[in-house]
Write a protein that binds this ligand. Structure first.
Ligand SMILES: [Zn+2]
Ligand SMILES: [Zn+2]
Length: 176
């Protein structure tokens, strides 16, 4: 790679990371703000990102009263989805502390969730079951057939299944 291009490439990468970062301090502030604005009750415990959560968007911990949020929620689906999950967890939080029905099936929970416009689900993030978020597109140089693959393939070893022609990578898509 040309020297200037690689410098630009590194710079772009750093800048993208910079834009993407939301840390625990900011999350804490966001949860407190949402709590006072939509619930009119303050959030007095801890909110943290837990990268070990796999398909769970967020969870409320009954013992510590803390809220954990899957960082992928923000990375993959953006701020709106993150706010939806936070409202959902805050419904568990406030109802539990007020000794009201804090479970998904409870009327108190359903009513409060509808009132604040929270996300319906916290158990699974829709679309997160796919392990691969990348798609590689190849095309046959002879007959033009297009192949989509989740993994890269060795274009020197593999040939087109239709005409045995050479294949070439066209594009890589990334969801995140
Ligand atoms: Zn829930
Ligand atoms: Zn072909």
């Amino acid at each position: 790679m040309n020297g200037w291009l690689s410098v630009l490439w590194v710079f772009e990468k750093i800048f993208k990371e910079f834009l993407k970062v939301m840390n625990d301090v900011e999350l804490q502030k966001l949860v407190e703000d949402i709590s006072s604005e939509f619930f009119e009750w303050s959030f007095k415990h801890k909110a943290i990102f837990n990268p070990r959560l796999r398909t769970t968007g967020g969870r409320y911990l009954l013992r510590s009263h803390d809220i954990e949020i899957n960082p992928k929620q923000f990375d993959h689906f953006g701020l709106d989805a993150l706010i939806g999950i936070i409202k959902h967890e805050l419904c568990h939080y406030h109802l539990h502390l007020q000794n009201r029905g804090y479970r998904h099936q409870d009327k108190d929970f359903k009513d409060l969730l509808a009132k604040v416009g929270g996300s319906k689900y916290c158990g699974t993030i829709p679309g997160m079951r796919r392990t691969s978020q990348t798609l590689h597109v190849y095309r046959c140089t002879e007959c033009g057939t297009v192949f989509n693959r989740k993994r890269t393939i060795d274009t020197k070893r593999y040939v087109c299944g239709k005409c045995k022609g050479k294949i070439r990578k066209v594009k890589t898509f990334k969801n995140s």
